[in-house]
Design a protein. Structure first.
Length: 427
């Protein structure tokens, strides 16, 4: 037999004479893992964005009242907050990869089963099941990126964000024509998206088997104890920034087409304009995290994205039909605060355990913050009958969003802030 490679350190230099290269199976597993992360991200929004264009036939078929339709609009944020808070406990028990794999299963089962629902209550419950899978994956995907790709956080967050944006835009663009091609039945138009979830599930199962996580013991030898994260100003700033950007994003998804239609633009064009705001996020979501991760702080990006939003909302308020494509692009660029905040979550903690706690706190609190925004925008529009008030409200929200973002973007780590006073004295 050939002698084994010498991997002992040199007594004089302390260096190993030979660097072990990753094996071919390890390289293939890394590629599979990256593809699985992208596939999971693609599934995080079609549960919601495929339903919006088909809501009228769904309501008519199920006998859904306007009140219940409003509740359906609030379900995503509620589920994201509730199940997002539960995700870290499940990850500590069985490992984040196992939880994300289960999340893909929940998305697949919920999306498929709700297309056979015979009543509103069952439809809501099955939608909540799918959204539970979305919520835990939302929280834990940045964690597995930090843990398994520590030297490539920026590129991997970029891949994740780009895939998420692509899934969002795809569902919004093709749900209606796809339903028409399948015979015009909304049940087929919604149920077909379960295929994306099944594909992601198939990709995550071999990753789960290969990594063999065992909850707390899975790569957590140096994991920190549970942090008193509410002591961290950076964590609170991150939650505020996440919540306010989510408010703007959900308002845009829900009302932008209506804003353009009220200005005299036809339905087809208004739908294309909405798609532009989503599609613009695909390339930007890939480039922005890489750029942001290279800087010590990300304050410049916070200010630039907020400025795009203010300009876009002003244009929509005063001349929506004057340059609609410009306003759509500006609003879409402003909504790229989402990949930015995901990148900052990965950078503001030193360990995967810290990222997990920051991710669940920022997203859980953030989604709670986002719940009233779309409701308030709808109320202002109903009370005034015009879009000046709602759009002015959205522009004003960008000011505190920018202030929270400037604090969250500073080069700090939550582990340095979220410590007990006694521990700070000892240090």
């Amino acid at each position: 037999m050939p002698p084994a490679a010498d991997t002992t350190a040199s007594p004089r230099t302390g260096a190993r004479p030979q660097t072990e290269r990753p094996s071919a199976p390890a390289k293939y597993l890394g590629v599979l893992f990256a593809v699985a992360i992208a596939a999971a991200a693609v599934n995080l929004r079609p549960v919601v964005t495929s339903l919006g264009p088909l809501l009228d036939p769904v309501r008519a078929d199920l006998g859904m009242s306007s009140t219940l339709a409003g509740l359906l609009a609030a379900v995503p944020s509620l589920c994201f907050a509730l199940f997002g808070f539960l995700a870290p406990a499940a990850a500590r028990r069985i490992g984040p990869i196992a939880v994300i794999t289960a999340g893909m299963g929940a998305i697949t089962a919920g999306v498929l089963a709700r297309s056979f629902a015979g009543g509103t209550a069952v439809f809501l419950l099955l939608t909540a099941l799918a959204l539970a899978g979305v919520a835990v994956s939302n929280v834990l995907l940045p964690v597995v990126i930090k843990r398994y790709f520590p030297e490539k956080v920026g590129p991997m967050i970029g891949l994740y964000s780009m895939a998420l944006s692509a899934g969002t835009a795809l569902a919004a663009l093709v749900s209606v024509p796809l339903t028409s091609a399948l015979g015009g039945d909304w049940r087929y138009g919604l149920g077909v998206w379960a295929g994306l979830g099944a594909l992601a599930l198939v990709l995550w199962l071999p990753v789960l088997i290969a990594k063999r996580e065992r909850g707390e013991r899975a790569g957590s030898a140096g994991a920190p104890a549970k942090l008193p994260i509410t002591r961290s100003r950076t964590a609170w700033a991150m939650a505020g920034y996440f919540g306010l950007q989510a408010t703007g994003a959900y308002v845009v998804m829900g009302f932008l087409s209506k804003i353009f239609q009220d200005s005299g633009i036809d339905k087809g064009t208004s739908g294309a304009l909405l798609a532009v705001t989503m599609v613009i996020g695909v390339p930007v979501s890939f480039v922005l995290p890489n750029l942001a991760a290279r800087r010590g702080d990300q304050r410049l990006f916070v200010v630039v994205l907020a400025s795009f939003g203010i300009a876009g909302y002003a244009g929509l308020a005063f001349a929506p039909a004057g340059a609609p494509w410009v306003w759509a692009v500006l609003v879409g660029l402003s909504n790229c605060a989402f990949p930015l905040v995901l990148t900052m979550i990965g950078l503001r903690a030193r360990t995967a355990g810290g990222v997990a706690q920051l991710s669940v706190f920022a997203q859980g609190v953030g989604y709670l913050i986002s719940i009233p925004g779309p409701i308030l925008v709808g109320w202002i529009y109903q009370a005034t009958g015009r879009w000046y008030g709602p759009l002015g409200f959205l522009a004003l929200l960008l000011v505190p969003q920018m202030l929270f973002g400037l604090r969250a973007a500073r080069a700090r780590h939550i582990e340095d802030e979220a410590v007990h006073p006694a521990e700070r004295v000892k240090a």
